[in-house]
Ligand binder design. Structure first.
Ligand code: G6P
Ligand code: ZN
Length: 542
């Protein structure tokens, strides 16, 4: 029986960079989950009997919300839900299923790289029929509905169990519980030359993949160990846990320090990688070198043709604005388009759908292609392995030859976390107020050539996004970018992105901190970071 339950709106259900993210206790408020899901269904409900994909990264509260989503889908007219066994689906696997099964969309439960557990973070995101995150016009319509909601619809019976694979029903709706890994692993096998990668591994090439107790454990074990022959134990922390083993499932130098340490040993593995809570981010480490996400994007774009899926070449590339301009130089050489979008994978969707770009990436450790409409951590690992299998060089050699061919873009991101929201907004506002007078000003040895607040007009549908980050560009192309994170759940996080291009190979071995020292100090004085926030050092440098 379909029940209609009266409810009162919450005023804080505005989706951020990637869906609605809050602490678990916040989500546990009365009807908080139900309100948001009903607002999604009211916004996207197009017709009867459609298919909906449901799954998440397995964090604390995941199963409860999967059960609620199944009951509400049955009450909102869906004909079928496809649910990952145990409620598990990595974000790219969910995107693949939506596309493969012709679903109307998907409910993806994750707070990505944020910690989990009873006091940790949770998140709900809606993906549309192309498999990608809902664009702004849909997320703002959802937000509007949340502010006026009066009731939600839910099926009175409990959700059928989803711990075992099989078909069940709830009212008129079919509940199809599937193996979360199989379809995704098959897709990877279509894209890449598994035979060549298998040969590389069989020749003694050692791989270490840190799943950080998050969702990619089963995916990486099936693909790397079972299908590609990596030794048992190559996947570490491979058992997904509701609280990620108490860790922070963000594959960066701070939280994946163990992996990096292993790879810095002379007798360590040849290739190291890690992914985040929901499997869409990646970290790539070669022996003796940590690859920055912006460089990884550039190298993947330059070498993608070595993998079967991209052997005809790529149509174009896209990067988020704060991502370094290294990939632009590759695009220029290949004679293909390069697009600069606001932060957030949702901005790549139209470009991918229109065939304007094949590969996209972000400084925040996301890389992906037109095979799905999300960034994809395991995909990035496999494209790297396919390239390594073809080139027979080390990761370090590939990076260094890339720099000597294209020049090196030194890059760092400085994060100042949990700043008082008013102070962070004041800092940004003050920067915006000073933009008009900035061009021509000299700071140390550098002169500002242009300064603006980034806005983006989507070349496919003409939609416009404004206020996407303050850019200060210096003559010679060095850049400082300031923006506030849209994914945090406590206070504000100020991100400062700093980059400088160096064409002289003799200077490519410099330490990034030194190469960027002058810009780092300019970033503090122009941004008035210490003055306004009291912080003299960032919490994290990536
Ligand atoms: C998520 C989004 C990315 C985005 C990242 C950082 O992972 O999917 O597209 O780049 O968050 O966003 P933030 O607003 O925190 O800088
Ligand atoms: Zn993620």
């Amino acid at each position: 029986m379909i029940e209609r339950i009266a409810t009162k709106p919450y005023d804080d259900q505005k989706p951020g960079t990637s869906g609605l993210r809050k602490k678990v206790p916040h989500f546990k408020q009365e009807n908080y989950v139900q309100n948001f899901l009903q607002a999604i269904f009211d916004t996207v409900g197009k017709g009867e009997r459609e298919t909906l994909v449901i799954g998440g990264d397995g964090r604390f509260f995941n199963r409860d919300v999967v059960a609620i989503a199944i009951r509400m889908a049955a009450a909102n007219g869906y004909g079928r839900v496809i649910v990952g066994q145990g409620g598990i689906l990595s974000t790219p696997a969910a995107s693949n299923l939506i596309r493969k099964r012709g679903a109307a969309g998907g409910i993806v439960l994750s707070a990505s790289h944020n910690p989990g557990g009873p006091k940790g973070d949770f998140g709900i995101k809606y993906n549309i029929e192309n498999g990608g995150p809902a664009p702004e016009r849909i997320t703002s319509a959802i937000y509007k509905k949340t502010k006026a909601i009066g009731e939600y619809r839910i099926y009175s019976a409990p959700a059928p169990e989803f711990l075992t694979v099989g078909e069940r029903s709830l009212g008129d709706m079919t509940v199809e519980v599937i193996d979360p890994v199989a379809d995704y692993a098959d897709l990877m096998e279509e894209l890449f030359d598994f035979g060549k990668i298998r040969d590389l591994i069989a020749s003694g090439f050692k791989v270490r993949f840190d799943a950080m107790h998050a969702v990619t454990g089963p995916y990486a074990t099936e693909i790397l160990e079972n299908r590609l022959g990596a030794a048992e134990g190559s996947v570490v922390n491979g058992e997904p846990k509701e609280d990620f083993g108490g860790g922070h499932p963000d594959p960066n130098a701070v939280y994946a320090a163990d992996l990096i340490e292993e790879l810095m040993r002379d007798d360590g593995p040849d290739f190291g990688a890690a992914s985040d809570g929901d499997g869409d981010r990646n970290l790539i480490v070669g022996r003796g070198i940590v690859v920055t996400p912006s460089d990884s994007l550039a190298v993947l774009a330059a070498n993608a043709h070595l993998a079967p899926a991209y052997k005809k070449g790529i149509a174009g590339v896209a990067r988020s604005m704060p991502t370094s301009q290294a990939v632009d130089r590759v695009a220029k050489k290949l004679g293909i388009g390069a697009y600069e979008t606001p932060t957030g994978w949702k901005y790549f969707g139209n470009l991918l759908d229109a065939g304007k770009v094949t590969i996209c990436g972000e400084e925040s450790a996301g890389t992906g292609s037109d095979h799905v409409r999300e960034k994809d951590g395991v995909w990035a690992v496999l494209l790297w392995l396919n390239i390594l299998a073809e080139r027979h060089e080390s990761v370090k050699a590939i990076i260094e030859s890339h720099w000597s061919e294209f020049g090196r873009t030194f890059y760092q991101r400085h994060d100042f976390e949990e700043i008082d929201t008013d102070k962070a907004e004041g800092l940004m506002e003050s920067l915006r107020d000073r933009l008009a007078s900035m061009a021509g000003q000299r700071f140390g040895s550098l002169v500002v050539s242009e300064a603006d607040d980034f806005s983006y007009k989507d070349p496919v549908d003409g939609s416009v996004a404004t206020g996407q980050g303050v850019r200060i560009v210096f003559s010679g192309g060095a850049r400082i970018v300031y923006r506030l994170s849209g994914t945090g759940t406590a206070g504000a996080t100020l991100r400062v992105y700093i980059e400088r291009y160096e064409s002289d190979p003799a200077k490519h071995t410099q330490d990034p901190g030194e190469a960027l020292a002058e810009l780092i100090s300019i970033a503090d004085s122009v941004g008035e970071i210490k003055k306004r926030t009291g912080r003299s050092e960032p919490d994290v440098i990536t």
